[in-house]
Design a protein around this ligand. Structure first.
Ligand SMILES: [Zn+2]
Length: 70
């Protein structure tokens, strides 16, 4: 499945989730086009930026976090 639309990006005050990859505090949450959510710390959000943009329907970024995929 390909999604050509850019995800909607919101900035939020604080995220309470933990990174799904490493358990660090999440800096970015993505709502998947297929349903469900994933959370990423700053390190992993930047590492998977292209994938996050591709699979995301909606992205929430913690305020002050400079995401590489933005
Ligand atoms: Zn992580």
């Amino acid at each position: 499945m390909t999604t050509l639309l850019s995800p909607e990006i919101d900035t939020v005050g604080e995220l309470t989730d933990r990174c799904d990859r490493c358990g660090a505090a999440a800096k970015l949450e993505v709502e998947l086009a297929s349903g469900g959510d994933l959370a990423f710390c700053g390190h992993h959000a930047n590492r998977y930026d292209a994938d996050i943009r591709r699979i995301g329907r909606k992205i929430r970024i913690e305020e002050g976090f400079g995401w590489a995929g933005k």
